[in-house]
Design a protein around this ligand. Structure first.
Ligand SMILES: CC(=O)SCCNC(=O)CCNC(=O)[C@H](O)C(C)(C)COP(=O)(O)OP(=O)(O)OC[C@H]1O[C@@H](n2cnc3c(N)ncnc32)[C@H](O)[C@@H]1OP(=O)(O)O
Ligand SMILES: O=CC(=O)O
Ligand SMILES: [Mg+2]
Length: 351
């Protein structure tokens, strides 16, 4: 007959097993997103989105400029950049633009309205579906969809159901990028990402990134927007940590002062150093500064190459740690150097 101690031990082992299995499941879900087959985010290929630029859908003149802007990601904007009484016109213009725009090395994305606005359904119906004409061929649909103000898992469910219904049996599987723009969105981010990973696994969309909607976030917490963004530091950092745990790209806040190129440069470099992979852009003047800040400099690339070479030589001679340019180098620094080269490979990859 089992003693009390052995029964306790058997129970304990059962519980431990369940916890380990759950943890593994989470990890596997985050790995299979986008078809990645490895836990490491080194050596992955991805679509660079150093600049994520909004082009308001109501303005055909701006839409026509997309091929010559020189951005990684051009966002066909339906949300806050478009007035309520111009939403219908914006959807029409965007549908037309998707037919005539020919772009190379640009991720053509669509930002729909939020689920809570109750405009998202019509955006998807008009632009992806057949609400205002024959449904477009898959190759003329936006490669990526941006979903703003995602506060609750249920909103992602609503969006997904609508996306499924407007696909109309076409094999369309867009990348999805969601926004954190409120305290609710921040608090629920982990659960939302888990649900998004499940949908990615089912092939409905490919969860690919998160945007920090800092302007809406400031409004939500009742803060005053300052030039050094101190009021945002907690959210700005937390979003990176959760997004990276799910192996997602993470796009930093908008710099609304269009004339302040110095401030733009400072916050762009800061964002890149914090771990952001790109930044939202609103005006052509901002593109070059942001693009540069999210591209490793030639000096940094040289450092990475030499460090990796030095690391390999020292490994062969049996040394795990060594000194390079006055710094102690070991495995974490090797990973940082590889991260830099991975960015370079992806931003210079021919299409
Ligand atoms: C917090 C958020 O949610 S951010 C996202 C929502 N906001 C937006 O979508 C706004 C995006 N930006 C814009 O709409 C514009 O830049 C504005 C309204 C702020 C200013 O627009 P304009 O008054 O036209 O600016 P400006 O005259 O300086 O523009 C210079 C040129 O760049 C073009 N341009 C400006 N912004 C854009 C843009 N976003 N996309 C494409 N072209 C643009 C203009 O059409 C103009 O072209 P032209 O010289 O051939 O006439
Ligand atoms: O949507 C972007 C934001 O800053 O708000
Ligand atoms: Mg916003």
């Amino acid at each position: 007959m089992a003693t009390r101690q052995s029964l306790f031990l058997i129970n304990f082992c059962k519980q431990l097993n369940t916890i380990v299995q759950d943890r593994c499941k989470d990890r596997v879900i985050s790995m299979i997103r986008m078809g990645y087959s490895t836990v490491s985010n080194i050596d992955q290929t991805y679509i660079p989105r150093r600049t994520v630029m909004y082009v308001p859908g109501h303005d055909p003149k701006k839409l026509k400029k997309i091929p010559n802007l020189g951005v990684d990601c051009a966002v066909l904007e339906c949300e806050d950049g478009v007035a309520i009484n111009m939403k219908v016109q914006a959807r029409k213009n965007i549908r037309e633009a998707l037919e005539y725009l020919i772009v190379k090395n640009v991720d053509l994305a669509l930002r729909v309205n939020s689920c809570s606005s109750q405009l998202m359904e019509d955006d998807l119906g008009a632009i992806i579906g057949s609400d205002i004409g024959e449904p477009a061929k898959v190759e003329r649909l936006p490669q990526t969809i941006l979903l703003p103000k995602l506060d609750h898992v249920q909103e992602l469910v609503t969006f997904t159901e609508r996306l499924k219904s407007v696909k109309l049996n076409r094999k369309y599987c867009p990348y999805l990028i969601t926004y954190v723009e409120s305290t609710q969105g921040l608090m629920n981010m982990r659960d939302i990402m888990k649900q998004a990973a499940k949908y990615s696994e089912e092939g409905i969309f490919r969860m690919d990134g998160v945007v920090f909607g800092s302007d809406d976030f400031v409004a939500d917490i009742g803060a005053d927007r300052t030039s050094d963004a101190k009021e945002l530091i907690y959210a700005r950092q937390k979003i990176i940590a959760i997004a990276k745990a799910f192996r997602l790209q993470v796009i930093d806040m908008v710099h609304v002062d269009i004339e302040d190129l110095e401030g733009l440069k400072r916050t762009s470099i800061e964002g890149a150093k914090m771990g952001y992979t790109g930044k939202q852009v609103i005006h052509p003047k901002q593109i070059q500064t942001v693009q540069e800040a999210f591209t490793p400099s030639p000096v940094k690339v040289k450092w990475a190459h030499e460090l990796i070479e030095g690391f390999e030589q020292h490994q062969k001679s049996g040394k795990g740690a060594f000194v390079f340019r006055g710094q102690m180098i070991d495995m974490p620094l090797l990973r940082q150097a590889k991260n830099i080269l991975r960015v370079v490979e992806n931003v210079h990859r021919p299409s």
